[in-house]
Design a protein around this ligand. Structure first.
Ligand code: GDP
Ligand code: MG
Length: 440
């Protein structure tokens, strides 16, 4: 994972509220990390715009830990584009199920055909491989080798018959499967090194002639920025129901997965991870999300950092208490921390076995915090540091400034003095006695 992205999230960790600048900085690093992972630029733009919008919204603003929330949003969006749930092959109600493969030359179609046949054999299916790549002389032979290794049957034109018609071979192959009771047909088709009209027409004709249940677009994970154009060309030219991402054993970061899923909206069904016939896995959107941006690590980092931060803060408070330096200013800070934690009632109420505590929470009025805050805010810094200077006229001024009564101000000062005393006891290792609550 990019160190800069980690660093960016690390810096966000202590923020109670994220500013637009915080969010922009983070989005910039996410953008860089996605481009590093070879996600296509258009997709990166789309993605970061969405993340930015959500990061500036309410869910982050109200979150206990905004940085963590942003990471979760990024992860959610990633997994969402990658298909959310894992999608499986769909089988026809009336066999044979016809699966057609499409993709550029060298993308891994023939290899995948063999892998899929082997996997289906293992699941008790009786797949038939159909050799409809008549473009290259040795393509049929290559599929024959695959079929043999997979222990699967193959339908191929007789060698030496000159250039055959791939559409006819495909159609005949499906007919053959029906007669021979093969329940799945896998049609391996030809590819070109680049997208080309003739190839696209051939693939489209094969599709029309065989009405496949699945058309799987095989794409090399190492293709990089070309993923978008290639995927779009195949979607427009042939259209497909699902994607196979091949060569994921290489050091591709998987950006192609995000690009293809994002621009085509088609699910990725398989991940092809090697040259061996067993190197085939179902595609897991969540795992791919972590391969593209290793957010799991970031989350752990943020949690650790957050803990350290909280401990540090607690130490500071304890130190102040021991030195009798706890002021209304610190009190205000604590109130704000409490507010940041959102509804205490809801949070603590969710914990089991809170018993007596729960009742006290029922009586706890969150607006009280707001009122207290208003009063403290109406004090001068000097008054906050040393409430002893609060004479009658000062209290009246504060009451007016905060829209409260003098009695409210008096009560607050009294409560603060009690709290400060109690905290001093705690800081010295004693047991506090909270008025009205009994010993804790
Ligand atoms: P096709 O032209 O689309 O049929 O592609 P092939 O199946 O012939 O594969 C092209 C090359 O990529 C071959 O050398 C394969 O061995 C290799 N290949 C295919 N799939 C994978 C894979 O998942 N991982 C690796 N490392 N190589 C693969
Ligand atoms: Mg091939």
């Amino acid at each position: 994972l990019s160190d800069r992205l980690t660093e960016t999230f690390r810096n966000l960790r202590t923020k109670g509220k994220l500013t637009a600048a915080d969010v922009d900085g983070t989005v910039r690093e996410i953008r860089r990390a996605l481009l590093d992972a070879d996600v296509a630029l258009v997709v990166v733009k789309d993605f970061t715009a969405k993340v930015r919008e959500r990061a500036l919204g309410d869910e982050v603003n109200k979150a206990l830990n905004p940085a963590q929330q942003v990471v979760q949003i990024v992860n959610e969006e990633l997994v969402g584009i990658l298909g959310g749930e894992q999608r499986r092959l769909e089988f026809a109600k009336n066999p044979p199920t016809v699966i057609m493969l499409a993709g550029l030359q060298g993308s891994g179609k023939t290899t995948f055909a063999g892998k899929l046949a082997k996997q289906l054999e293992g699941e008790g299916h009786t797949p038939l491989l159909v050799a409809a790549d008549l473009q290259r002389p040795n393509a049929v032979t290559q599929l024959q080798v695959m079929a043999e290794r997979a222990g699967a049957a193959i339908y191929a034109p007789e060698p030496g018959n000159g250039v055959g018609d791939p559409v006819k071979v495909s159609k005949d192959g499906v007919e053959y499967a029906r007669r021979q009771q093969h329940d799945v047909v896998i049609i391996d088709t030809a590819g070109r090194l680049g997208v080309d009209a003739e190839l696209m027409k051939q693939a489209s004709d094969i599709r029309k002639a065989t009405s496949p249940d699945e058309v799987l677009f095989v794409i090399d994970a190492m293709i990089g920025q070309d993923a978008v154009n290639t995927a779009k060309a195949f979607q427009d030219g042939v259209d497909f129901t699902g994607v196979v991402l091949s060569k994921l054993d290489g050091d591709a970061r998987g950006g192609a997965a995000l690009s293809v899923a994002s621009v085509t909206g088609r699910p990725i069904i398989f991940a092809s991870t090697g040259e061996g016939l067993d190197d085939l896995e179902p595609f897991h959107p969540d795992r791919m999300a972590s391969r593209i941006l290793d957010l799991g690590d970031i989350l752990t980092l943020i949690e650790q950092a957050q803990q350290a931060f909280d401990e540090e803060e607690a130490m500071k408070v304890a130190e102040k208490l021991a030195n009798e330096a706890f002021t209304l200013e610190d009190f205000l800070d604590q109130l704000q921390q409490m507010k940041k934690m959102g509804s205490m009632k809801k949070m603590l109420g969710m914990l089991p076995g809170m018993g007596q505590m729960k009742q006290q929470l029922e009586d706890f009025d969150e607006r009280e915090i707001d009122r207290t805050e208003a009063i403290i805010r109406s004090m001068t810094p000097g008054e906050r540091r040393n409430p002893k200077v609060l004479n009658g006229s000062r209290r009246l001024r504060i009451a007016r400034g905060s829209g409260m009564t003098v009695t409210d101000v008096n009560q607050l000062v009294q409560r603060f003095e009690q709290a400060a005393k109690m905290m001093k006891t705690v800081a010295r290792g004693g047991t506090p006695n909270i008025p009205g609550m009994g010993p804790m």
